[in-house]
Design a protein. Structure first.
Length: 306
């Protein structure tokens, strides 16, 4: 008789249950994955269980990076990375950084069916160690050959200069060389983007690459608040590239505003003429010099002035 695949506790057959789930079992002979109930019934995020079940169903060597998992699931990088951290803290997942014989560093991922259990009887393989350089065997002088003088002996190799380290009194706060020539205002604007959107985390090299474009915006009269709004408004739910690439596209494709027109100096108001007393009617009127008012002037004076 074939063995049952269910490992649920047996109980007396009392007929179909009145409530709850009723299982319809199908015996699978291929393309199935064995998953422990402790993981499948784990309390918490359903995304974590789904990611664990998907990783358990993959063959050895399949990519399980955050970008690869985001290409399979509809969730974004934040939920996927949170699920991987939960599996890692629970003991189901282990990520190691190993150095290959070529000197490159790679991340290897081990998935455990049982937390803390080895994936193989001998446990996960240890990271390969870089090959040690072979030293030439010292040449033993023959009794007939004369011994070289002490001055001709090989001088010892000078020791490398000590690497400067930070001390409690003087911490190492030297900025990266890539940010040395960047505009501090542009770097501050780029660093503040993650406060609006937690996905916009930039490295020092990415901030140095984007800083010149932000400097052009600042020189064109766009304030830091307006730059932040233009770079963070209407972002997609899922990035298909690095956040720095999205920001670089917006900085490159968004047209700069026209420079503000210089304000024309206001015309100085004409000074008011002083009051004069008419020589004919003694009425006050404004004129640059004493004389007669408009009513007392002869008619020919107006024609001559015009």
């Amino acid at each position: 008789m074939a063995d049952s695949q269910s490992n649920a506790p047996l109980r007396a057959d009392t007929g179909p249950p009145a409530t709850g789930v009723t299982h319809v079992r199908t015996r699978l002979t291929a393309d199935f994955t064995v998953l422990a109930n402790a993981l499948a019934q784990r309390r918490g995020s359903a995304v974590t269980i789904g990611v664990a079940a998907y990783i358990a169903s993959l063959p050895d060597g399949a990519p399980v990076s955050i970008s690869a998992l985001c290409g399979h699931f509809t969730e974004g990088e934040i939920l996927i990375s949170r699920a991987l951290r939960e599996l890692e803290s629970a003991g189901y997942l282990e990520r190691r950084r190993v150095r290959l014989p070529s000197g490159h560093i790679r991340t290897r991922t081990f998935f455990y069916d049982v937390p803390g259990g080895p994936p193989t009887p001998d446990g996960p393989p240890e990271p390969p160690k870089p090959p040690r350089p072979r030293r030439a065997a010292p040449v033993q002088p023959s009794p007939e050959s004369p011994r070289p003088p002490a001055s001709a002996a090989t001088a010892p190799e000078p020791s490398p200069p000590p690497t400067p380290t930070s001390t409690p009194d003087q911490p190492a706060t030297t900025p990266p060389a890539s940010l040395a020539g960047a505009d501090p205002r542009a770097v501050a604007v780029l660093a503040s983007l993650r406060r609006v959107d937690a996905r916009l985390v930039l490295s020092a090299q990415e901030a140095a690459r984007l800083a010149p474009a932000v400097t052009q915006w600042l020189a064109a009269g766009v304030g830091p608040t307006q730059i932040t709004e233009r770079l963070t408004a209407g972002l997609p739910d899922h990035f298909r590239a690095r956040p720095a690439s999205v920001l670089a596209f917006r900085l490159r494709e968004t047209p700069l505003p026209a420079p503000p027109r210089p304000a024309h100096p206001a015309e100085r108001p004409t000074a008011a003429l002083p009051f004069q007393t008419c020589d004919g009617c003694e009425r006050a009127f404004r004129a640059p010099a004493p004389g007669r008012c408009r009513d007392c002037r002869p008619a020919g004076a107006f024609r001559a002035a015009g």
